[in-house]
Each structure stands twice: as C-alpha cells, then as structure tokens.
Design a protein around this ligand. Structure first.
Ligand SMILES: [Cu+2]
Length: 317
C-alpha cells in the first residue's frame, strides 16, 4: 500500500497511510472498477483508515530509532513499553467509539429534530433514567481507563530489584555515564554526539549516534539514576518507554529491562540550551558475554585517576 502511494511525485508530502487512502479514492473515480477491484479497494481503504486511526505507520516502525513519516510509537523492546503501547491502542479505540457515538447522536438530532421535521418541540426538561445513565456511563468509562492506567504508572514508578545500576548525568551538552565498582564497573565516561558523517558507524543515524554508548546486558533490570551537573535535561529512550528529568541537585530514578539486543537511540527531552538537539542517548543492549567483554575493555579505556574511591549509589540520596 505504501508502495502504491509513492508512485506520485508529491508522495513524500503526506504520511503513507494518507497517501494510500487518497490513491484509492482517486482510482475509484478515475476508472470503471470491477467487483474484485472494488472489494480490494474497500479493504485497502479500511486498512488505511484503521492505520490512520490507530496511529500505526503503514511502513512499519523500526525499533530503536524514528523512521520517516512514522505516526505511531517506536517498536517497544521492554514489557512495560509493550503494555503502554497496547494501552494507547485501547484508548484510541475507546475515543473513536465515543466520537462515533456522539456524531451519530448529532446526526439523529439534525435529521429528526430540525425545524421542518419537528415544528413544535417537546417541553420535556427532565428524564431521571437518562440523567442517571449519562452520569454513570462516563464514570464507568473513566474507571475502565483509570485501572490499567494506574497499574502501568505503578509499574513504572516502583522499580523492581535491580541487576545493574547506571548513573547518568546531564551536562551542557552531552551525557556522562557512571558504572559502580561493586557491579564490575568502577569507571565513568562522557558521551558526545558524533558530528562527522564519516565517523559514524553504519548503524548510527545522523544526530543520534554517540561516540561512547551506554552498554547494558539484555534481559536484566537496569536502574538508571539520573541527575544533572548544570541545567535541566531529560533522559529519554522511546523504545524503552522511559523519560525522566535530569535535575541539578536531585537524583531521579527510572528503570528498564530490554528484552531484545540492539542499538537504541534517544535524545535529551528538556529544552536545555543551544546544544539541546545535539546530545543524543545511545544504548547498546548486548548479550551477557559481550557485556562482560565490554566491561573489561571499558575499565581500561575509561580508567580514571582522579577518583579512586568507588561511587556509593546506595547513599547517593
Ligand atoms: Cu539537555
């Protein structure tokens, strides 16, 4: 479908789903259609409409980074992210149903109770059953939203027992990562955006690739402690469904458990100054063996002589 849309020269100007929709409408006016064609068009139309409604990109969204004309969320690689993504879809369906219901009511009113059809309006002012119903039904809808919503919020805000703690510090305008010594680390390093196109690895998109990535093992609970050394920043990784403020003088905390190995990209998400768009976050999720190898290598590469005492994260607050 997305391919069909791209045949037009102005295809780039609209999201794929929208183009596909336009393409099929255009075709249905332009040529006499046979029944199968009509049926196929209806299927394509409804698929495009559903894609638009659900915010799903017809050209599927890639994990770890944004893709052109993506309208939905990035593919989630944490269980929490997947739950939130499903919750989002559930809400869109709910909102759609409510909108269609209200639209239907308005249309009925326009058709049946206009001045011509209904010249002498009824003087009814109260209807107990109706009034109870339109109070209770919205309450039930809100409860149906609140229960899964608070469950997800709790899951997000109460971190499980961590396998690994990483301290992240926002600077103007780069990130610093610190791995505690009692977990095989004992080093810290800075992570800057790679500015030279030629210096980027093939899997690093422009403006998102960092010279030193944060590396974590797959399937482990990683607790991220976030602070800032100067102004407000925010540590955000869309594929993990995390975003938390980096505030000077305060230690914030979030967590994730990445289920899939890969390279994931995020950005500072608090307007922090003129370098704000140039402080990407790159997280490489690797196997445990690769992580162990990286730890050994990182300890030598980032060996620092200025702070021999290991950082005590437990007392950092
Ligand atoms: Cu920032």
């Amino acid at each position: 479908m997305a391919q069909a849309g791209r045949r037009y020269s102005h295809a780039r100007a609209f999201p794929d789903a929208f183009m596909a929709l336009g393409h099929h409408i255009f075709r249905s006016f332009g040529t006499p259609m046979r029944i199968e064609n009509a049926r196929r068009s209806v299927t394509a139309l409804s698929t495009a409409a559903v894609a638009l409604v659900l915010g799903i990109n017809v050209a599927s969204a890639a994990a770890g980074q944004p893709s052109p004309w993506e309208t939905g969320m990035q593919e989630m690689v944490t269980e929490l992210g997947q739950s939130v993504s499903s919750f989002h879809t559930y809400l869109v369906w709910l909102i759609t149903a409510i909108c269609l219901f209200v639209l239907a009511l308005i249309l009925v009113i326009i058709a049946r109770f206009n001045e011509t059809k209904n010249p002498t309006p009824s003087k009814t002012t109260h209807n107990t059953l109706l009034e109870v119903a339109w109070t209770i039904v919205p309450v039930l809808i809100l409860v149906a939203i609140a229960i899964p919503s608070f469950r997800l919020l709790r899951e997000q805000l109460v971190p499980p027992q961590a396998d690994l703690v990483v301290k992240v510090t926002g600077y103007s305008w780069y990130w610093g990562y610190e791995y505690p010594a009692d977990q095989g680390g004992g080093f810290k390093f800075d992570s800057n955006m790679i500015t030279e196109d030629s210096a980027r690895k093939p899997d690093q998109p422009r403006l998102l690739g960092a010279d030193n990535a944060m590396v974590v093992p797959v399937g482990k609970v990683v607790r991220v402690q976030v602070t800032s050394a100067d102004v407000l920043h925010a540590f955000a990784m869309p594929s993990f469904y995390i975003k938390i403020d980096a505030t000077p003088g305060r230690l914030n905390e979030t967590w994730f458990k990445a289920e899939k190995e890969g390279v994931y990209f995020g950005q500072c998400s608090e307007l922090c100054g003129n370098g704000h768009p140039y402080m990407p976050i790159e997280i490489r999720v690797v196997s445990e063996q690769q992580y162990a190898a990286w730890l050994t290598e990182a300890k030598q590469r980032y060996a620092s002589t200025d702070s021999p005492a290991p950082t005590k994260f437990a007392t950092a607050q």
